[in-house]
Design a protein around this ligand. Structure first.
Ligand code: PGA
Length: 252
């Protein structure tokens, strides 16, 4: 089964017009500099999507956003619709990141609704799942991730419109990572649950990224596992050199 590796940068709430555009230009230049076998994406904050899109011109780096509403338009002050993201040139949208699940009370049902709307607007989704430290310590990792997959991924999702990102909450921004064996075990389990939800063929083709303190130093070990199809990178995606070193070390 050949799945194209993906390296995606989640810039979170970082990047003003000057530094964000500079970062995008550096990534674009580095991706162009040699033949790449992976897919690249950067997901800046809403405010600089248009500027980053321009900065990426001519480079094979997709633009992604970090959230969207489930409606196409209407009375939702402060929200951004999937159609608006498509309109500004986004190919991807990250949904259900643990920071949104925690800070904005996003449920699996809401994430699923957003994903359906995003797909309808022609966007591809990066749907995030992952257990907290307490859940891991109670031995609930696989159960929690399975529930999130079953609840957050639309039954109509396909490998062409959906990417999963497994991000243990306790590994995000902490410098801590699971062992390679733990990562592979969760990814393999996630793929099995996906098969239940969307069928074996699509599950076999769907990319499952690992996220949580991915750095140049651990990229080789964590990203070359059989069921790991790339990375969703937070902190290290804010420095083009680190982001590209992760890609290089992952064989991208
Ligand atoms: P991190 O974040 O790489 O800074 O741990 C990853 C993420 O939250 O997507």
């Amino acid at each position: 089964m050949v799945r194209k590796m993906m390296i995606a940068g989640n810039w979170k709430m970082n990047g003003l017009s000057t530094d964000g555009v500079a970062l995008a230009k550096e990534v674009a230049a580095a991706v162009k500099a040699k033949k790449r076998v992976c897919e690249f994406a950067v997901c800046p904050p809403f405010t600089i999507l248009a500027a980053v899109k321009k900065a990426l011109r001519g480079a094979k780096v997709a633009l992604g956003a970090q959230d969207c509403h489930f409606d196409e338009k209407g009375a939702h002050t402060g929200d951004i619709s999937p159609l608006m993201l498509a309109d500004v040139g986004c190919a991807y949208v990250i949904l259900g990141h643990s920071e949104r699940r925690a800070d904005h009370g996003e449920s699996n049902e809401l994430v699923c609704r957003k994903a359906e709307a995003a797909h309808k607007a022609g966007l591809k989704t990066i749907i995030c799942i992952g257990e907290t430290l307490a859940q891991r310590e109670r031995g609930e990792t696989i159960d929690v991730c399975s529930e999130q997959i079953l609840g957050s991924v639309p039954a109509t999702a396909t490998a062409a419109d959906t990417v999963i990102a497994y991000e243990p909450v306790w590994a995000i921004g902490t410098g801590k990572t699971p062992t390679a064996q733990d990562v592979e075990d969760v990814h393999a389990a996630v793929r099995k649950v996906l098969a239940k939800k969307i069928g074996k063929a699509q599950a076999g083709k769907m990319r499952i990224l690992y996220g949580g303190s991915v750095k140049p130093a651990n990229a080789k070990e964590l990203l070359n596992l059989p069921d790991v199809d790339g990375a969703l990178v937070g902190g290290a995606s804010l420095k083009a050199a680190d982001f590209m070193a992760i890609a290089d070390n992952a064989g991208c």
